[in-house]
Write a protein of this length. Structure first.
Length: 141
C-alpha cells in the first residue's frame, strides 16, 4: 500500500499532541520497519520544519528532525499541475486540496490525517490514524 501521511500526523508524533499521539507514533514505527510505503509531500516538509522550529525553538534540532524524517518517509514532489488542479478541486481547503491532488497523481491508496472532514471530497480516501493502524493490523493477520 502507498500511504500519504498528512502534516498533522507528523506533528502529532513529534510534539506528543493529542488525541492522535499514540497512533501517530505507531505510524512512525511502521515507517521505520518499512511495513508500508509511507510518504509526505515536499510542501508538508516545509510546513513540518516551520512548525517544529516554532515548537522546539531550535533551528538545528528542527533540521535534525527533518533529516530523520527523510529516512522514514519518501517525499513526493508537489507539481504546478497539483497546485492548479487544487484550485478547482472539490476539496475546499486549498492546502488540503494540493495534498489530495498530489496523492491522486501518485496513486496513493490513502491519506492518513487527523482531520478527515477536510478530505471528505478527496479523490483519495482519507483515514484517521487509528483506522489506518486497524487496516494494517488486519492485513498482517
Amino acid at each position: 500500500m502507498k500511504i500519504l501521511v498528512d502534516t498533522n500526523i507528523v506533528i502529532d508524533a513529534l510534539t506528543g499532541r493529542e488525541p492522535f499521539r499514540e497512533s501517530a507514533e505507531q505510524i512512525f514505527l511502521l515507517a521505520a520497519n518499512q511495513i508500508e510505503d509511507l510518504y509526505i509531500t515536499a510542501s508538508s516538509a516545509a510546513d513540518i520544519y516551520y512548525l517544529a522550529r516554532k515548537h522546539f525553538h531550535n533551528t538545528e534540532q528542527s533540521k535534525n528532525i527533518l533529516s530523520k524524517l527523510y529516512q522514514l518517509f519518501a517525499i513526493l514532489d508537489v507539481t504546478s499541475k497539483d497546485c492548479q488542479d487544487a484550485l478547482v478541486s472539490e476539496v475546499k481547503d486549498y492546502e488540503n486540496a494540493v495534498i489530495s491532488c498530489c496523492a491522486k497523481r501518485n496513486q496513493m491508496n490513502y491519506i492518513v490525517t487527523g482531520n478527515i472532514k477536510k478530505y471528505k471530497d478527496s479523490r483519495v480516501k482519507a483515514l484517521l490514524p487509528d483506522e489506518f493502524i486497524k487496516i494494517i493490523s488486519q492485513n498482517e493477520e
